[in-house]
Design a protein around this ligand. Structure first.
Ligand SMILES: Nc1ncnc2c1ncn2[C@@H]1O[C@H](COP(=O)(O)OP(=O)(O)OP(=O)(O)O)[C@@H](O)[C@H]1O
Length: 658
């Protein structure tokens, strides 16, 4: 478990942090008055505003800046789609049942938790400092889970546990079963042996329409399939021009075995996905790769993990692609753009890494896959997946439906192809083979170039060839020289047909949102350790707090005027005219991450000046209402920083004294 610190370097107290999020209604368990339902959460006003801002920035960063084609596809999906895509057979996690209590555990998470707990116990026994997660600890006590035993392990066992944890995402069901046996892992509930791991499909099944007698659909577990199925229409919309990308933001649903860790593993969540379609013969080069090639990134490659280590290295994406660590330029381009997006949101670079998937972890068709992981008090969390899915999805849907999910392109230079061509003498063929003529003809047409070459020589030498045609007679058919000709000729191809490959960056908005809040959270020791959320201004849920210095009626019109003015400028604001001290009102809004505060006081009545306060430094400037609104706009739009504004407007050392 990662030791987690806030941006000031102080340890993050997760219990206080989570209580802030719930108290200030960032999010709350859904259906709470009915006892709640695991893995389902509602977002309150600041959570909604924050989520909207993340999605808004995502749209600007990707859809707008990369000129992508956004689509909004349905969540209800006919079963046939997921049968073809492989989700019905493969979209599953491994679960273990406690035969005594009936409790279900996700097998990989159970192994992970038990080994981590044992390693923690080992550290304690060796007298090393161990981070205590108060929130987890309180839950454990409530559930009466036995405390972790401070037992020292052999060095070899510690090494084996650490190596297993480094590869935990790489194990299948059988291997997890072996690990459970090998490490003597029992049910944490009752202490009995668990049943062997079984696959559990994560899709929610549906019955669409009143006439269906059995389930015939699913809620989508990702937005991707809708984008693939619309490929042909999007290509046409894009005037047949390649490469291009589609994008989609929408809810996805996964029936997680054991939802946990708040927003990090839920059963309904917002995803933002991109499908970038690229010609595989282009070497997957990207025209703007040169613009990102010097971006430094922290990369944890698959070989390091397979050796049982989690040591990442910092490289430029240019170096990573040149050494083939990252498979191709397009994948590298998106990894760099994902990092830029996360940093734009306020993610802490030192708590961001890109982890490469190990072979077993990756779908069999994928060429390469990297996860952007953010470090939180709950460890490293996958927040964005970025996979090169090759031509898999378009190919399987094309094969199943016959739809033209491919590209036809006129070649700039016609292509001359030397190949063996077959001519059949149809006048003789029909009378000779009668009802079998079609099957024999198909078998001849299906011959590979290699076999055609071999048979053309045979025809020349022997005057006949023998062909395998299982559907006819004894499965062998003889063809003489007068029936069939096989010759090497040149064919000129003017049009090229190919199935594009797909690079897919896939963002879990809820995971990013939670991890980001942890990254920007800190507390002010001088203010009763009250929390502050230092969101970058463009990301913050509300931009400006308006506070009157007193409840005097004289100040009210100025507040109204400021509200209208800010609203017209597209800046969200909230008035706090409660009777709490001005310092309290400020700190309540620091907890919500409001970056700016405008105070109206009696000087305002005299000269129409107001003060502007910065959340992070608590310093203030004073200027005319117009100048302050313009400064707020520049900060909120990310065009100026507080430092810029503080340099050009007069400093104010005023009211913040209570
Ligand atoms: N249950 C979930 N709750 C919240 N977000 C999720 C959940 N499952 C996936 N995501 C988000 O969707 C993104 C893309 O999904 P993907 O299928 O790659 O995840 P995954 O590899 O199945 O995740 P995990 O291994 O953690 O279950 C993830 O990077 C994550 O941000």
């Amino acid at each position: 478990m990662a030791t987690s610190t806030t941006k000031t370097g102080a340890p993050l107290d997760r219990a206080t942090f989570e209580s802030l999020l719930r108290r200030r209604l960032f999010y709350t368990p859904a259906f709470e008055i009915y006892g709640g339902e695991k893995g389902l959460f509602d977002y309150g006003p600041p959570g909604c505003a924050l989520q909207n801002n993340l999605v808004d920035i995502w749209r600007k960063h990707f859809v707008l800046e990369e000129d992508m084609l956004e689509v909004d596809c349905t969540q209800i999906t006919p079963a046939a789609v997921f049968k073809t895509s492989g989700h019905v057979d493969k979209f599953a996690d491994w679960m273990c049942k406690d035969p005594k209590s009936g409790e279900i555990f996700r097998a990989d998470h159970l192994v992970e938790q038990v080994l981590e707990a044992r390693l923690k116990g080992d550290k304690e026994a060796r007298g090393q400092t161990v981070e205590i997660d108060q929130a987890k600890d309180a839950k454990r006590k409530k559930k009466k889970v036995k405390d972790v035993q401070a037992v020292q392990l052999d060095d070899a066992v510690v090494k084996e546990y650490e190596e297993t944890l480094a590869k935990i995402d790489n194990y299948g069901g059988e291997e997890l079963g072996q690990l459970i046996k090998k490490f003597d892992i029992k049910s944490p509930e009752t202490g009995v042996d668990l049943e062997p791991p079984r696959a559990f499909n994560l899709m929610f099944q549906l019955t669409i329409g009143p006439s269906a007698s059995t389930p015939n659909g699913y809620l989508r577990p990702e937005t991707a399939q809708g984008q693939f199925l619309n490929f042909q229409k999007l290509l046409e919309f894009n005037q047949q021009s390649m490469p291009f990308a589609s994008a989609s933001v929408g809810k996805s649903f996964r029936n997680e075995i054991s939802p946990r860790s708040g927003l990090l593993r839920v059963r309904e969540f917002l995803m933002a996905e991109i499908e970038h379609f690229v010609d595989p013969e282009s070497g997957k080069r990207h025209p703007r790769f040169a613009q990102v090639k010097d971006t430094k990134m922290t990369l944890l490659n698959r070989n390091v993990q397979l050796e049982g280590s989690t040591k990442a290295e910092e490289l430029t994406i240019g170096e990573a692609v040149a050494s083939k660590l990252v498979d191709n330029e397009t994948l590298g381009y998106f990894l760099a753009r994902i990092q830029m997006f996360l940093l734009r949101l306020g993610v802490d670079y030192s708590k961001l890494r890109f982890r490469q998937h190990m072979a077993n972890e990756m779908a069999h068709y994928a060429a390469d896959c990297w996860d952007a992981e953010l470090r939180t008090s709950l460890g490293w969390i996958e927040c964005v997946g970025c996979a090169d899915r090759s031509a898999y999805d378009l190919t399987v849907h094309r094969n199943k439906t016959g739809a033209s999910l491919f590209v036809r392109e006129t070649r700039a230079e016609p292509l001359k192809i030397e190949e063996y061509q077959v001519d059949i003498d149809k006048k003789r063929f029909g009378p000779k083979f009668k009802k079998d003529a079609k099957a024999v003809e198909q078998a001849v047409e299906a011959l590979s170039q290699e076999l055609r070459e071999k048979m053309s020589l045979e025809l020349e030498k022997e005057g006949r060839i023998t062909l395998d045609v299982p559907a006819v007679g004894n499965g062998k058919v003889e063809l003489e020289k007068d029936l069939v000709k096989i010759e090497k000729r040149t064919r000129v191809e003017h049009v090229r047909e190919y199935t594009p490959n797909v690079i897919e960056p896939s963002f879990g908005i809820g995971r990013i949102l939670y991890s980001l809040i942890e990254h920007v959270y800190w507390s002010r020791p001088e203010d009763d350790a009250r929390g502050v959320l230092s969101f970058p201004p463009p990301v913050a849920p509300t931009k400006v707090l308006l506070v009157p210095l007193s409840g005097s009626d004289d100040l009210r019109p100025y507040l109204q005027q400021l509200t209208y003015k800010l609203r017209r400028m597209g800046i969200s604001s909230k008035i706090d005219d409660s009777s709490a001290s001005i310092g309290k009102r400020y700190s309540r809004n620091d907890e919500l991450g409001t970056p700016l505060g405008i105070t109206v006081d009696f000087q305002t009545v005299k000269d129409n000046t107001v003060t502007l306060r910065d959340r992070d430094t608590t310093s203030q400037v004073r200027a005319s209402e117009d100048e302050i609104c313009a400064a707020a706009k520049a900060i909120v739009d990310g065009e100026e920083t507080w430092e810029d504004v503080a340099k050009r407007l007069p400093k104010f050392e005023g009211q913040e004294v209570d």
